[in-house]
Design a protein around this ligand. Structure first.
Ligand code: ADP
Ligand code: ZN
Length: 617
């Protein structure tokens, strides 16, 4: 096994190693700086969005330097995939966990004592066992990388108490640099990671959270099954995740999709471990196209070619939404994020929040939900709204990849409509002495003939029936926009009512003109329009050849018992289907083709491509 092949740390040829092992031409932003720091013995804190390329930050230095790099990772299931992928690239990595039988574990330990491995993946709870600590002292890792470092923080969304024990390593290996990596952005969690891990004056690297290859859309949910099918069919045969609000709905939806001929499985924490693992595996190996899941699904998913993420129900907060949509398009190719929004979700979630016993928790949850609703209803750029949440400025006028930038919402002179709505709030209150819900107000405006309205005498007030130009749902949308503008407010809670604010009164008096978004009412309407011309990350290629290479890849992967993306990612296949390499040299230029994969797969793919070209004439 090669050890000091690549020389010292000072001028490591990182770019050369990048091409040789991973087949990539250039670094992603920040990667090289992080690597150089680690090689220089510096503690680092790396914040990059999912798909940003965190793994390479420790994998490449591990190759540049003889000795062992220890990677702490929370998920046993993921370790095997990562190590498989390393083997495919010709990198000597291994993992130790409870899934190994005694023989295999012994073999690996011997290899570790012999210095055969550059990388060792291990779960935190195992790492701090006394015998493991003794071994580590023997192996003397030169770098300790802590993946998913936010697991150490109670403020994160995925706290794991075992992570707390990692701090103990610091005392044992005072000279070894630590590298903490996470995709979780909140300031509080960042600070927590640095202090809990007792990082020493760490260099902090924060990558942009903009995921340029993701297109964000929010569409009114009216026929959810059809809307999911629409997206799935547009992504014929490509992987997708549908996040659902309840366990029951994941099962229902998966069943219905299957009935429609889309291979789908459910995933939620209520399934037994065996079924969960089986369903997840089927998705990763492309045997199933769609997984319908609760938010229990995702952390263990490194699948780079997820082409769409649909939210069937409204997420609780933007952080969750960002993490979940972030699982799409890790390979950098275009992917779609679709949120099916129905205002009834807001009411439902409000009820859940009301059930919380802790007042402080309730307040926070409400605020977070409010921000989520704002994101769903805004007519501003979705990307800007998201980045705003992470305190990152996005200054482009038009992002070119969200519904609001691609198909700007129509606006209209809403002065009269706003006057009518706000006046109605005023009159209702005047009549009854208290306020009513959005639905009731909309009913009064449209002149609905209901018991509730007659009983209160609201059919007698001057604003009854003055809003015939819009339907009830449209008035509710207008009402919500006025709430967003601050002219009215909705009280939180199950019996939520709408009331006029001081700003609303002031505006009514000022008679300023007001531009409003034309309400889009859930009607059975085609959910999405044609795809646009150029998308970030797009690689134009011969789609027929791409499909053929995908099948070819799947066969090879099945034979080797690895997921298809471990053989080659979609980026590599698309480049092959674009450049049609006919020689080994040309094949070597494809992104993702390192030395080992070139030797192993070059001839196979070249002849598959040649066969295709010949058939095509
Ligand atoms: P993260 O852990 O940050 O979510 P990964 O390390 O899984 O991201 O990387 C995401 C994808 O990007 C992987 O398919 C990886 O091989 C690829 N990748 C990473 N760095 C580069 C690079 N410099 N050039 C091209 N692709 C890269
Ligand atoms: Zn936009």
């Amino acid at each position: 096994m090669e050890t000091e092949l690549f020389g010292g740390t000072r001028e490591a040829d990182l770019a050369g190693l990048l091409k040789r092992f991973f087949g990539y031409e250039s670094f992603r932003p920040l990667q090289e700086d992080v690597m150089r720091d680690a090689l220089a013995g510096q503690d680092t804190f790396v914040l990059m969005p999912t798909g940003g390329g965190k793994s390479l930050c420790y994998q490449l230095p591990a190759l540049a330097k003889g000795g062992l790099t220890v990677v702490i990772s929370p998920l046993i299931a993921l370790m095997k995939d990562q190590v498989d992928a390393l083997h495919e690239a010709g990198v000597a990595g291994t993992f130790l966990n409870s899934t190994l039988n005694a023989d295999e574990a012994r073999r690996r330990l011997a290899g570790l004592y012999n210095g055969e491995y550059r990388l060792l993946y291990v779960a935190p709870e195992r790492l701090v066992l006394p015998e493991m600590l003794e071994r580590l002292a023997e192996w003397q890792p030169w770098l300790i990388a802590i993946d998913e470092a936010h697991c150490i923080s109670e403020w994160g969304h995925d706290f794991r108490p075992e992570y707390r024990q990692i701090a103990e390593l610091r005392g044992r290996f005072p000279e070894t640099p630590f590298m903490a990596l996470t995709a979780t952005a909140t300031e509080r969690v960042r600070a927590d990671i640095v202090s809990q891990l007792t990082l020493r004056d760490p260099k902090r690297y924060v990558a942009s959270f903009n995921r340029a290859n993701l297109t964000y859309r929010v569409i009114p949910r009216n026929q959810p099954l059809r809307q999911v099918l629409d997206v799935a069919k547009r992504h014929d045969g490509e992987s997708g995740i549908v996040y659902c609000g309840s366990r029951a709905s994941t099962e229902r939806l998966a069943k219905r999709l299957c009935e429609q001929g889309i291979r789908s499985v459910p995933y939620h924490a209520g399934l037994d471990a065996g079924t969960r693992a089986k369903n997840q595996e089927a998705f990763i190996r492309d045997e199933m196209q769609i997984v319908c899941a609760t938010i229990a699904f995702g952390m263990g998913i490194d699948k780079p070619d997820v082409r769409f993420v649909i939210h069937h129900d409204l997420p609780k907060n933007i952080e969750g939404y960002y993490q979940e949509t972030g699982r799409a398009g890790r390979d950098g190719l275009p992917a779609d994020c679709v949120l099916l929004f129905n205002p009834s979700d807001v009411v439902k979630q409000g009820r859940f929040i009301d059930e919380k016993t802790d007042e402080h928790e309730r307040t926070i949850a409400r605020q977070l939900l409010q921000q989520m609703v704002h994101f769903a209803e805004t007519s501003d750029c979705r990307r800007r709204s998201l980045l705003d949440y992470f305190s990152e400025a996005f200054t482009d006028k038009n992002c070119g990849a969200c519904d609001n930038c691609l198909e700007p919402k129509e606006t209209f002179d809403g002065t009269e409509a706003a006057q009518k709505f706000l006046a109605c709030l005023y009159r209702i209150r005047e009549r009854s002495g208290f306020c009513f819900g959005m639905n009731h107000v909309a009913g009064v405006l449209t002149g609905a003939d209901t018991d509730a309205i007659r009983k209160r005498g609201h059919d007698q007030i001057s604003t009854y029936g003055i809003g015939g130009e819009f339907g009830r749902d449209e008035w509710k949308a207008i009402g919500r926009e006025l709430v967003r503008l601050g002219y009215a407010q909705q009280t939180p809670g199950g019996m939520s009512v709408v009331e006029l604010t001081q700003d609303g009164r002031d505006w009514m008096r000022s008679k300023q003109p007001l531009e409003l978004t034309r309400p889009v009412v859930p009607k059975s309407k085609s959910s999405e329009r044609r795809p646009r011309s150029e998308r970030a990350g797009e690689i134009k290629c011969d789609e027929m050849l791409f499909e053929r290479l995908r099948e070819f890849r799947l066969e090879l992967a099945a034979k080797r018992g690895v997921p298809a993306y471990v053989v080659f990612g979609d980026v590599a296949l698309r480049e092959m289907a674009r450049d049609c390499p006919a020689t080994m040299e040309a094949f070597g230029l494809i992104s993702g083709v390192g030395d080992k994969k070139k030797a192993e797969y070059g001839k196979l793919f070249i002849s598959e491509i040649a066969a295709y070209l010949e058939e095509k004439g």
